[in-house]
Design a protein around this ligand. Structure first.
Ligand code: MN3
Length: 252
């Protein structure tokens, strides 16, 4: 499907679904969704199944911040498992076939009872990891944002170092597994929030809402092989591989 036909497609499918499973819509999220990830990343393939998206760099490209073995296992085992289990859930609710991952996640409450939890967990896992791979990039790219995103960050946290400290505090404060995010509200105001497990800030059921600009996986599987139990050390290292160019694109 061509990019410019996606909104039309979503409008049609949302309308078609509205009567059957009560899809809600958040206007600003709909506007944002087209800018967060490409259509290739959020739409299922022709047969209605989701697939593991290509990793945009090699397994060792993010070393030393993230080691090659962690990347390989994280991508080929963990992310693949989310994709497989999401597809298994959708196979049980064929009326959901063809919907984008964002349509499913922004309407968790409207999903059929039997698949609501697996789609929340594995659909969330699929979206979150697809987002994570694109918000990381090999070293020596931009080490800080510029332009509008930088201005918004400075107005919120005064300095880039203070922002990093706040992200680290929030990330180390997540009990168990989850994510730490820098998100924007509809006016572009930034904040730092966390979500448990594979929830994200697009989900209707999430108390923390917003457009994800940067998201960091703080599950142990994201860092344990290199950093063991030292999540704070992982959160210090990861700034060298954040794709600020992509974050600026998403912020708009
Ligand atoms: Mn993970």
């Amino acid at each position: 499907m061509k990019k410019n036909s996606r909104r039309e497609f979503i409008a049609k499918t949302t309308l078609a679904a509205a009567g059957t499973i009560g899809f809600l819509s958040f206007d600003w999220q709909k506007d944002f969704s087209k800018q967060i990830m490409s259509e290739e990343l959020i739409m299922p393939s022709g047969d209605g199944t989701f697939t593991l998206p290509p990793l945009p760099y090699s397994y060792n490209a993010l070393e030393p911040a993230i080691d090659a073995q962690t990347m390989e296992i994280h991508y080929t085992k963990h992310h693949q498992a989310y994709v497989d289990k999401l597809n298994a859930a959708i196979a049980k609710a064929p009326e959901l076939k063809g919907k984008s991952i964002e349509e499913l996640l922004t309407n968790i409450q409207g999903l059929p009872d039997g698949v609501r939890t697996p789609i929340r967990n594995h659909g969330g896992g699929h979206w979150n990891h697809s987002f994570f791979w694109q918000i990381l990039a090999p070293k020596n790219s931009m080490d800080q944002p510029t332009g509008k995103l930088k201005e918004a960050m400075i107005s919120q946290w005064q300095t880039f170092d203070n922002f990093k400290d706040q992200m680290k505090q929030a990330g180390t404060g997540v009990f168990g597994s989850g994510w730490v995010w820098m998100v924007a509200d509809k006016d572009g105001k930034l904040s730092i929030v966390t979500t448990p497990n594979q929830d994200n800030t697009l989900m209707d059921i999430s108390t923390a809402k917003g457009k994800p600009i940067v998201g960091i996986d703080v599950w142990e599987h994201a860092y344990y092989l290199k950093h063991q139990n030292k999540r704070a050390e992982y959160l210090d290292d990861i700034w060298s591989v954040i794709n600020w160019k992509k974050a600026m694109e998403i912020y708009g």
